[in-house]
Ligand binder design. Structure first.
Ligand SMILES: [Zn+2]
Length: 257
């Protein structure tokens, strides 16, 4: 593919819309990787597109269907088991210690309210012409991320990580996409790998996402540790972490009301 092909066949428009057949897509990606002019043209089209998308809701929530089905049966069963167990325990307790009133436990706090996610911003920062295969795969995968097709992004990021498992950017966005598609456990594991490296451009954002995942698990103690680490870092996300900590405290102090 050359510059003339790109212009004649409206390749960038079709590419951004996700409507290029695979062969043409690969050819175009290989070309704009090397061609400054076509890359600039692509960026211009993306800029227009992201303006149009500005008002779209930030997250397309994707509930995992299988989980929903399992939950439908699991909850009543678990509930029935819990009620049965409570009845048995209550009877046992009343027989053993008749005079002690049963302590009323405070209403549990729902920290998942604070677990709202925004997809992390992605700006391609690849040096033109110096791309290796893993980096090219990463850029390809992130085309799906721009379209908010997180499942496709995950598949592409796995392909990139298969070529370079230690790369921070694909690991970070893999974790983010997993959280965004409801796979909080796997997302947490991948983001922990990013944060465990202890430095790099994704450390702070990784910590923030981990804190959200902890809140989603209703684990405020871990979330608090992660947010306090962010505040202590005095980085770009320190103010946001401080604000989230304050909301966490508000929720905690409202306990039992
Ligand atoms: Zn070109």
């Amino acid at each position: 593919m050359n510059c003339d092909d790109v212009r004649r066949d409206d390749i960038p428009e079709r590419y951004v819309a996700g409507k290029l057949p695979e062969g043409e897509r690969d050819g175009y990606e290989a070309h704009y990787f090397e061609c400054e002019t076509c890359f600039a043209g692509l960026e211009a089209i993306r800029a227009v597109q992201s303006d149009l998308r500005g008002n779209e809701s930030a997250i397309r929530a994707l509930p995992a269907p299988r989980k929903v089905i399992v939950m439908r049966f699991a909850v009543p069963l678990a509930l029935a088991a819990a009620i049965l167990l409570a009845a048995v325990l209550y009877r046992a307790q009343n027989q053993a210690v008749p005079a002690v009133p049963v302590a009323v436990s405070p209403k549990p706090v729902d920290y998942t309210l604070l677990a709202k996610l925004e997809p992390p911003a992605y700006e391609p920062a690849l040096r033109r012409g110096s791309a290796d295969k893993a980096a090219l795969r990463f850029v390809q995968a992130m085309e799906n991320y721009r379209r908010r097709d997180y499942a496709q992004t995950i598949a592409g990021l796995h392909a990139s990580l298969a070529l370079d498992s230690g790369a921070a950017a694909p690991r970070f966005f893999l974790g983010a996409c997993e959280l965004l598609t409801g796979d909080w456990d796997q997302g947490t594991r991948d983001l922990e790998m990013v944060v465990a490296s202890g430095s790099g451009p994704f450390l702070e954002e990784g910590l923030m996402l981990l804190a959200k995942a902890s809140l989603h698990r209703n684990d405020p103690a871990t979330a608090r540790r992660e947010l306090e680490q962010l505040v202590a870092s005095k980085g770009d996300l320190a103010p946001a972490a401080g604000e989230l900590l304050r909301q966490l405290d508000d929720l905690s102090s409202g306990q039992g009301k």
